[in-house]
Design a protein around this ligand. Structure first.
Ligand code: PFF
Length: 456
C-alpha cells in the first residue's frame, strides 16, 4: 500500500495491536529494571518514585502524544518529518535524535550483553556465590566486549528483517511473560524477613527530598529514558502507522505499562537490598557511584535469589532471559531511529543502513565495555540530558510551530475533545518551562560525571 507521502515500499504495522505492543516493547527495557532501581536507590527511594510518576504523567505523556502524532502525520523518519512539517530549520532536531540513538545504544548494548552472560551462566548452573566478584569478571574488559558485540549482532539481524516480521512477533510473546515473572518475584519478596525498611524506603517519601534538584533531575531524565522519549523512537514507530486510532489512549496504555513494570521491579529490588543488608555495599544515597549503578540490579538481585538454591538459580535464569528480551525490543527501536533516518534521507536499503549503523554503534560501545565510567557519562549525558533537550524542542515545535495541524491529527479517532485541550495546555505551558528548569538543575551532575571520567 502506498503511504500518503508516496513511498510505496515503506513498511507498515500488520495490526494496530502490533504497534502498541512494539511501542511497549521499546519502552520496557533495561531502563525499567537496571536504571530505575539504581536511580531510585540513589534518589532516596520514595521521593524519587513520586517525582518520577509526576514527570511521567505531566511531561512524558504530552511529549509522547506529540511524538506519536508527528510520526503518524508525516509517515516518514523523524529528520524528514520535522523538515516537512516544521521547515528545514527543524532538521537538526532529527539529527540530534539519530545521534541519541547511536549514543544510547552503544552503552545500552553493553548492559544488555551482561544479561546474556548472566542468563547463559545461570542456565549452566555456573553462577558463583560471590556476585560482586562475578560481576567484576564479566561486566568489563574482554568478556563484556564479546557479549556487547553478540548482542549488537542479534539486534542488527532483527532490524534487517523489517518492521512486521522482526518486531511484532518478538513483542507479542514476551511482554506478558515478563510481567508474570515480575509479579511472581514481587510476591516472593514479601516473604523476606527484614524487608520492611525496604518497602518503607521505596514507598514512604521524605518531604525534604521532593525539593532536591538532583533527585528532580534524575526523575525527569528517567521518565524520558524509560518511556523512550526525546529521540524520536516512538515517532519513528508511529510513522509506520496507517490507521487513525485514538493516540491519547495509546499513549496512556504505553505509559501505564511502562510505569507498572518499573514499579513492580522496585517491589522486589528494595526488600532484597534491605533483607541482605546491601545498603552500605551499594553506597546508596551517596554521590555518583558505579557500584550502585550496576550493583543494585546486577549484584543485589543474583546475590539474593541464589540463596534459594536450585530454585533460585532457575529464577535468576528466567529473570535475565526476560530482561535480555526486554532489552532487545528496546535496542531494536534505538537502532530503528538511525536506520529509518538513513533509509529515508539517503535512500539506503534497510540492510545496508542496519549493518552500517549497527557496526558503528558496536565500535562506539567498546569504550563503555572497557570502562564503566564511560558508560556512566554516556548515560548521564545522552541518556538523560540530551533526551530532555530533544523533548524540549519537540514540545516547542509541536506546541507552537505546527499546533493547528497537530490538533487536527490528534482529533482523528479521539472520543473525548477535552483531551486536546489538556494536551495543548501541557505541551505549550507546562512542558517547556519545566524541562528548562530541569536541564539547568542537571548541570552539576553532569560536571561530576565528566570529572569522574577524567579522574579530576
Ligand atoms: N525505554 C528503554 C528502556 O527503558 O530500557 C530505553 C530506550 C529505548 C530509550 C528507546 C530511548 C529510546 F528511544
Amino acid at each position: 500500500m502506498a503511504s500518503p507521502t508516496g513511498s510505496p515500499q515503506r513498511d507498515s504495522w500488520g495490526s494496530h495491536a502490533g504497534f502498541v505492543l512494539a511501542a511497549i516493547g521499546s519502552a520496557v527495557g533495561l531502563g525499567n529494571m537496571w536504571r530505575f532501581s539504581y536511580v531510585a536507590a540513589e534518589g532516596g527511594g520514595a521521593a524519587f518514585v513520586l517525582l518520577y510518576l509526576g514527570f511521567v504523567a505531566f511531561v512524558g505523556v504530552p511529549v509522547m502524544t506529540s511524538e506519536l502524532l508527528v510520526g503518524r502525520l508525516a509517515q516518514v523518519s523523524p529528520i524528514e518529518a520535522l523538515k516537512r512539517l516544521g521547515g528545514p530549520r527543524w532538521a537538526p532536531l532529527g539529527m540530534l535524535f539519530a545521534f541519541c540513538g547511536l549514543g544510547i545504544l552503544s552503552y545500552y548494548s553493553v548492559i544488555a550483553g551482561w544479561t546474556m552472560r548472566y542468563s547463559f551462566d545461570a542456565i549452566r548452573g555456573a553462577l558463583p556465590d560471590d556476585a560482586a566478584g562475578y560481576f567484576a569478571r564479566v561486566g568489563t574488559g574482554m568478556p563484556a566486549v564479546l557479549t556487547h558485540v553478540l548482542f549488537m549482532a542479534i539486534t542488527i539481524t532483527i532490524v534487517v528483517g523489517g518492521i512486521k516480521k522482526g518486531l511484532e512477533r518478538t513483542a507479542i510473546v514476551l511482554m506478558p511473560l515478563l510481567f508474570v515473572l515480575l509479579v511472581g518475584l514481587a510476591i516472593w519478596a514479601t516473604t523476606l524477613s527484614g524487608g520492611g525498611p525496604g518497602y518503607a524506603y521505596y514507598l514512604r517519601p521524605r518531604l525534604s527530598e521532593l525539593l532536591d534538584p538532583a533527585i528532580i533531575t534524575d526523575a525527569a531524565g528517567q521518565a524520558f529514558f524509560s518511556l523512550s522519549l526525546g529521540m524520536g523512537a516512538l515517532m519513528t514507530y508511529a510513522s509506520y502507522l496507517r490507521s487513525k486510532e485514538n493516540l491519547v489512549k495509546e499513549t496512556l496504555t504505553i505509559a501505564v505499562a511502562d510505569f507498572g513494570v518499573a514499579f513492580l521491579a522496585g517491589l522486589f529490588i528494595f526488600p532484597i537490598i534491605f533483607h541482605f543488608d546491601l545498603v552500605e555495599t551499594l553506597g546508596l544515597g551517596g554521590e555518583l557511584n558505579t557500584d550502585s549503578t550496576v550493583g543494585t540490579l546486577f549484584i543485589a538481585m543474583p546475590a539474593a535469589v541464589r540463596s534459594l538454591g536450585r530454585m533460585g538459580n532457575a529464577v535468576i535464569a528466567a529473570f535475565f532471559i526476560m530482561l535480555f528480551f526486554a532489552a532487545l525490543t528496546s535496542a531494536i527501536s534505538l537502532l530503528e531511529v538511525v536506520v529509518s533516518a538513513a533509509i529515508d534521507s539517503w535512500h539506503w536499503s534497510r540492510q545496508k543502513a542496519a549493518i552500517v549503523a549497527g557496526a558503528t554503534i558496536t565500535l562506539l560501545g567498546i569504550p563503555s565495555a572497557l570502562n564503566l565510567n564511560v558508560l556512566d557519562v554516556g548515560d548521564k549525558l545522552v541518556g538523560t540530558v540530551l533526551l530532555m533537550v530533544g523533548g524540549f524542542f519537540t514540545s516547542i515545535m509541536v506546541g507552537y510551530k505546527i499546533l493547528p495541524q497537530a490538533e487536527q491529527e490528534l482529533s482523528l479517532g479521539l472520543d473525548n475533545p477535552m483531551a486536546i485541550k489538556v494536551w495543548r495546555n501541557l505541551v505549550r505551558y507546562l512542558v517547556p518551562p519545566v524541562l528548562l528548569v530541569v536541564l539547568i538543575f542537571s548541570i552539576p551532575k553532569l560536571v561530576t560525571a565528566v570529572k569522574t571520567l577524567f579522574g579530576v
